[in-house]
Design a protein around this ligand. Structure first.
Ligand code: HAM
Length: 421
């Protein structure tokens, strides 16, 4: 057997303890924010039938065509996929468990997503999202609320330089008309299409508008515009979303080229973008997907949602100079001698009963070396126990930020510690 050192899979990251504390803090903040808008947590499996994503995200999307981790279950031949996103699973779960038809649902989930993309800063093969889905809501008020929610979160984090891009994709009838016009337009200019565009011409002409190929920009710019096909209802919906944002002073830019990389969207789509993360500047994105529930087998159910990229948001927060938070312990227990050690572990348990965070020194060593560890631990208080103290069923309490060391009975320990911290 080779004993070459094994490494994590490319594009999949370990999150080490210092950084993990930042993640814990972030997740708590986000959960608190979500609960303040009445969203409730839902947890779906990481693995789903491949058919779910093919149907929901669309056959001719980058995700489904080339980024999914799909495999055959070796035991029964099922076609399975590591989830590349959460909206499809969330709709599937809500439908499967009958959450949809009695009352609308505000749901959120978080966790890893998997896409076989080219790894680079801000783009990983395993990355994390917080996803937010409102199922059963048709009006523009929820679209606006979700955007306002995001704006609140950016304020809470003190994020500067995030801009909102907004577009409407209309409804299926207008999209069909637009699609037909696009196909005939691009067919007339077939000689100017690159290989990608040629391949997409009949399957997903809308995606040609997303082309980054400089040679095609002129062609794309002059293509038939969806905006010219939109129905009154969709336009009114979009106007109302904009009006609500304006009333709340949320600035936005209408970007008619914003089409998103997943096929389930209609009407409002949006992306929050920063210029500070290079090419991977989208920290949060989403929109309305009124057709998705039907697409996965349910009755028509209007819905809207978004997801944010946790790695990208944390990178932004760190760039803004956020200090890494540190999980703190309240008490470090130092002890030497047989009797003292026994009392030390009893005292540590007692303090934990009283909800304090306690590091009990393990591994022996002199008082001096133990005190150094107490100092490095960041604990506010050191509890020092020698056999002398132990015999009297007492301990010494030393405030680590300076102040008198006092000797107290074990019984009075918690009160003394609480006074110091
Ligand atoms: P998405 O735009 O594919 O949408 O992803 C949402 C966010 O996830 C992106 O804006 C980005 O911050 C982050 N993200 C995506 N791919 C990567 C990656 N490879 N590495 C790091 N971060 C990444 C969705 O996933 C939809 N499900 C959003 C949604 C929810 N729409 C409606 N409801």
């Amino acid at each position: 057997m080779s004993n070459e050192t094994l490494q994590a899979v490319k594009g999949m990251n370990d999150i080490l303890p210092d950084e993990a504390e930042l993640w814990l803090w972030f997740e708590e903040e986000v959960r608190d924010w979500l609960h303040s808008y009445g969203y409730r947590n839902i947890r779906m499996p990481l693995v789903e039938p491949t058919a779910l994503f093919r149907r929901a995200i669309g056959e001719v999307t980058d995700i489904v065509e080339k980024e999914m981790y799909s495999f055959e279950d070796a035991l029964n031949g099922d076609h399975l996929t590591l989830r590349p996103e959460g909206t499809a699973s969330c709709a599937r779960a809500a439908l499967q468990h009958n959450l949809l038809y009695n009352a609308p649902q505000r749901l959120y989930y978080s966790g890893p997503m998997f896409r076989h993309e080219r790894p680079q800063k801000g783009r990983y093969r395993q990355f994390h999202q917080f996803g937010v889905e409102a199922l059963g809501f048709a009006g523009p008020d929820i679209d606006a609320e979700q955007i306002l929610m995001c704006a609140r979160l950016w304020r809470r984090f003190g994020l500067r330089d995030v801009a909102l891009q907004l577009n409407t994709l209309g409804d299926s009838a207008s999209r069909h008309r637009h699609r037909a016009k696009l196909i005939s337009y691009f067919e007339q200019h077939r000689d100017m299409l690159d290989a990608d565009a040629t391949r997409r011409l009949h399957s997903n002409p809308l995606r040609i508008l997303d082309s980054k190929n400089p040679a095609m920009q002129e062609l794309v710019a002059a293509a038939p515009r969806l905006a010219d096909e939109l129905e009154d209802d969709a336009l009114r919906h979009f106007d109302e979303v904009q009006a609500m944002l304006k009333r709340h002073d949320v600035a936005f830019e209408i970007n008619p080229h914003l089409v998103r990389g997943l096929d389930y969207y209609n009407r409002t789509v949006f992306e929050w973008v920063t210029t500070r993360l290079g090419a991977q500047g989208t920290i949060c994105a989403g929109g309305r997907y009124d057709g998705l529930v039907e697409q996965v087998g349910g009755k028509p159910t209007p819905a809207t949602g978004f997801a944010m990229g946790v790695e990208r948001l944390l990178a932004l927060l760190l760039e803004d100079g956020m200090a890494l938070p540190r999980a703190e312990v309240d008490v470090y227990v130092v002890h030497q001698g047989e009797l003292a050690s026994r009392l030390a572990s009893r005292v540590a348990e007692q303090l934990r009963d009283d909800r304090l965070r306690v590091l009990l020194h393990c591994g022996g060593g002199s008082f001096k070396s133990q005190m150094k560890k107490a100092d490095a631990s960041g604990a506010a208080v050191a509890v020092v126990i020698g056999d002398d103290e132990a015999q009297a069923n007492e301990v010494s309490v030393k405030p680590m930020q300076g102040g008198e060391q006092v000797r107290v009975s074990v019984q009075n320990l918690t009160a003394t510690v609480n006074q110091i911290i």
